[in-house]
Design a protein around this ligand. Sequence first.
Ligand code: SF4
Ligand code: FES
Length: 243
Amino acid sequence: MTAPADPGGVFVLDGRELPFAAGETLMQAARRAGVYIPHLCFHERLGQSGACRLCVVRVDGDFAAACTTAAHDGARVDNRTNELDARRRLLLQMLFVEDNHFCPSCEKSGQCLLQATAYEMGMLGPRFEEFYPHRPVDASHPDCWLDLNRCILCKLCVRASHEIDGKGVFAIGGHGIGSHLLVNSPSGRLGDSTFEADDFAAGVCPVGAILPKRRGFVVPIGARRYDLAPVSAPPPPAPQAQD
Ligand code: SF4
Ligand code: FES
């Protein structure tokens, strides 16, 4: 027999009491209160994934992903501790070396959740040797680029296309280090898929893997969201990027 859903209550996050409603995850309750829990694969409008593990916190001493763990009354949750941020730095350093992230030449710089989270965690260098994998750039779509060099396999586009756009344009194929993003079209190219520039999936990528064409430097370097405020700051009223 499964336990009845918690009707709501209060938990303690880094010493601060936070109320939660029935069925809310730790991430949802924290965000409603304006408290930042690091994340890469979470999005308020999409279902749970648990892919990136950046949001792992300690709940009553045990590790748990904040985006998939329901809040429960009286829980004591550690979030921004030295131990947890060090684990997050390690995950970020692995992500940076597994793909090809050249921030200075990326249009997403300053609006990239990966870059902003690395700054927030105090990541100073790659720590590991870069893989420099060979990855394709798919420029076949008239309105959007798909640059797999930057893809961190967060599955946000996969879920967005499926859950909101009702299309299923993207999927993840392969295993382990061979995992990669697939495009559901006869040729495997974005231009031959049903993807459109105003799809929700077109604007959900936390890095610069899916970008609109002909829109470079609309917001200049230095004036972008994470140039102005760290990722841990409350999001602006009209978000420029996935938050
Ligand atoms: Fe995530 Fe972007 Fe890769 Fe899609 S293309 S899985 S949104 S990083
Ligand atoms: Fe929770 Fe990615 S944000 S696992």
